[in-house]
Design a protein around this ligand. Structure first.
Ligand code: F6P
Length: 329
């Protein structure tokens, strides 16, 4: 790991990709830590899109007052497909050089980290990534900021749906976010006592779903909850519902929780980890570390090479799946 101390005068921070609750506490921590160390800190608005447009403003201590409890991100964010192009990244590098930025902190997920890595490789820009996505799917870190809040929001929604499902003797398919990651689905299924969890990326076993519903009915259940991970495409629940209706004459209700899971006030866990990661990111750049991520592993924030965090952490936790099934008999 590179550790030579650099003279850092100015840093910039941006959020990129889907927002996640905890981005604001991370920004606050970056800004306050930098200013405390005598470093100028600039906020880049709307992610890489804003960087390309030079939408960059110096932040002060009061710029981040009263934001620790707020969801979303005060810097706004974007998905920026143009940033896949080397010429576009060159423009971004010129802009950073023109503003005398000595290092860039990127809060986001895999795509955002790939952009940061390319900027570093091609233009030698010092970068540090802070993992921020509700999906909890970045390689090299056991946790990404926002996951805990998103899970809690989904749990609250499923608890509400249980009330009406029970009152009307309905079975619900409830789709949660996470794209190709099953992390949210597994955690929500466990914490809501769901009768089943369906992970489309592992294939959908309709017979198994139908058997479990029938078994529940046979032992006197009048309603049940099936948590579905969205997988590649939002709306997979409708296909599952239609197939179960056609092949097994089962009538199910569908609820897609959607973007409600990305908003809301960050939980204590997200505020804590975000605050630690922001602090670690600034110190890492100040100490000359480069192209690293403030990962969270074994209960601690640690620096992990960015190259180890570019892939997706997609493994399904078999023991969690076994536990959900064991408790849903
Ligand atoms: O940010 C992650 C995520 O919320 C995924 O869980 C979801 O699949 C995706 O973003 C939705 O993206 P968009 O808001 O662009 O539709």
């Amino acid at each position: 790991m590179e550790t030579k101390t650099k003279s850092i005068k100015s840093l910039a921070v941006l959020c990129s990709g889907g927002d996640s609750p905890g981005m604001n506490p991370a920004i606050r921590s970056v800004v306050r830590t930098a200013i405390g160390l005598g470093i100028n800190i600039y906020g880049i608005y709307r992610g890489y899109t804003g960087l390309l447009e030079g939408d960059m403003h110096k932040l002060s201590l009061s710029s981040v007052s009263n934001i620790i409890q707020r969801g979303g991100t005060i810097l706004d964010t974007s998905r920026c497909p143009e940033f896949h192009t080397p010429q576009v990244r060159q423009e971004a590098a010129h802009l950073l050089a023109r503003k005398h930025i000595d290092g860039l902190i990127v809060i986001g997920g895999n795509g955002s980290f790939t952009g940061a890595m390319n900027l570093h490789k091609e233009h030698n820009i010092p970068v540090i990534g802070i993992p921020g996505t509700i999906d909890n799917d970045i390689a090299g870190t056991e946790y990404t900021i926002g996951f805990n809040t998103a899970v809690q929001t989904a749990i609250n929604a499923v608890d509400n749906i249980r009330d009406t499902a029970s009152a009307h003797q309905h079975t619900f398919l409830i789709e949660v976010m996470g794209r190709t990651s099953s992390s949210i689905a597994l955690q929500v299924a466990l914490c809501t006592g769901a009768e089943q969890v369906v992970l489309p990326n592992q294939g959908i076993n309709y017979q198994d779903i139908a058997d479990t519903i029938h078994k529940g009915v046979a032992r006197g259940k009048t309603s049940s909850i099936i948590i579905v991970a969205e997988g590649e495409k939002e709306g997979v629940c409708y296909q599952i519902r239609d197939t179960l209706m056609k092949q097994y004459q089962l009538e199910l209700r569908v609820c897609i929780l959607g973007h409600i899971q990305r908003g809301g006030s960050p939980t204590a866990l997200d505020r804590t980890i975000a605050s630690k990661m922001g602090y670690a990111a600034v110190h890492a750049l100040q100490q000359g570390h480069n192209a690293h991520v403030t990962a969270f592993n074994k209960g601690e924030v640690e620096l992990v090479p960015l190259t180890n965090c570019l892939g997706k952490r997609t493994e399904v936790c078999d023991s969690q799946l076994d536990l959900i099934r064991a408790l849903a008999i």
